[in-house]
Design a binder for this molecule. Structure first.
Ligand code: ZN
Length: 348
């Protein structure tokens, strides 16, 4: 089977026993026909089957774990079909995967390709998000050095001490935050995560953010690990109250106690139920994706260690604690998620 009989080489894969070739030719009727051959080290040629149609060409390789072998040549016309297989096939060898990723997506960071593959091949995926997830919705990072309000470190205000000992400061701080959140919308990255839930690619989001943006983007299965700023209650009797009552500095109408948002202050317990459910999901997960958190706060910083699955870390700033992750992507949440999603959509 030679090229001079009208057959063209479309794919060559280096295998231990020799090179595997996928040939194709256009028939008189304009239909493409494909054939696979193995040229072994003794130069003997074995042809295997034949199929018609570009979309079926790669089925000739079905009995091979061909993505665990190295690509030697990919014809331009077959590239999109190969790329789809690269994104949706579970691949064990990192080296061969990198080689295929380089050939199919020469302009994409290979970690982005890895992420797109892992998301689509994992049985269960948990996403954990922190402040960096919300930054591109123009909510300033809680921990950024510039601060966002009176240059006061939120860590001194979002505390049980401030609630008990400096309520005017506490109330003003959270009233400003609630006001600031009124005009904030989820960004494309939040919507990507919501669409992945729709596609059954992710099971659960656990978030340190109290802004409710995941739910606003359409995610249904969200555990708020640090509570929600949208819910107001009395600190003394737990009676729920309206947001406006807190913003206008009113007291609890039942007991005259201090109103507060239902967020976890420094010095308080995490919400038990959200925490337990997130932990259970992480223990079962094949893949845990951590986005936009500096991993400084216990116990969220321990979560990646609690899974036997793969782990991906996405953050604008990469610190030295990230070596525990299988993949580290330095980038903003929105842009990175959009890049990964572009590949996910290509393989849909
Ligand atoms: Zn009360």
């Amino acid at each position: 089977m030679e090229a001079n009989q009208g057959w063209e080489t479309l794919l060559t894969i280096g295998a231990e026993e020799g090179d595997v070739h996928l040939y194709g030719k256009e028939t008189m009727e304009g239909i493409w026909e494909f054939s696979r051959t193995l040229v072994d080290n003794e130069e003997s040629i074995t042809a295997v089957g034949s199929v018609k149609g570009w979309e079926n060409a790669l089925s000739l390789l079905d009995d091979y774990s061909w993505l665990e072998l190295y690509p030697i040549y990919i014809d331009e016309r077959l590239r999109a079909h190969v790329a789809k297989e690269v994104l949706t096939t579970s691949i064990h060898h990192k080296d061969t995967f990198m080689a295929w990723a380089d050939r199919c997506f020469p302009d994409v960071n290979s970690n982005i390709v890895f992420a797109a593959n892992w998301i689509q091949t994992a049985g269960s995926t948990v996403v954990l998000t922190g402040a960096g997830m919300s930054t591109e919705s123009n909510i300033p990072d809680f921990r950024s050095s510039s601060g966002w309000w009176k240059q006061i470190d939120p860590r001194t205000v979002a505390t049980t001490e401030a609630l008990a000992g400096n309520y005017p400061l506490f109330q003003e701080f959270y009233a400003r935050r609630i006001e600031a959140l009124k005009d904030i919308d989820p960004h494309e990255g939040h919507r990507v995560l919501a669409s992945w839930e729709q596609l059954n690619l992710i099971d659960v989001i656990g978030t340190q953010n109290v802004d409710g943006l995941h739910a606003a983007a359409g995610s249904n299965n969200v555990h708020e690990l640090h509570g929600s700023i949208d819910k107001i209650r009395c600190d003394d009797c737990d009676m729920p109250a309206e947001k406006i009552a807190f913003v206008e500095n009113e007291a609890c109408f039942q007991c005259n106690g201090k109103l507060r948002p239902n967020v976890v202050l420094f010095g308080e317990m995490l919400p038990q139920k959200a925490w337990t459910k997130t932990l259970e999901a992480i223990e079962k997960a094949d893949l845990v994706i951590v986005i936009g958190t500096s991993l400084e706060v216990y116990p969220v910083n321990q979560l990646p260690n609690m899974t036997s699955g793969r782990t991906i870390y996405i953050n604008a700033e990469i610190s030295d604690v990230t070596h525990r992750f299988d993949i580290v992507i330095e980038g903003m949440a929105k842009l990175t998620l959009m890049e990964i999603n572009e590949l996910v959509l290509r393989s849909a």
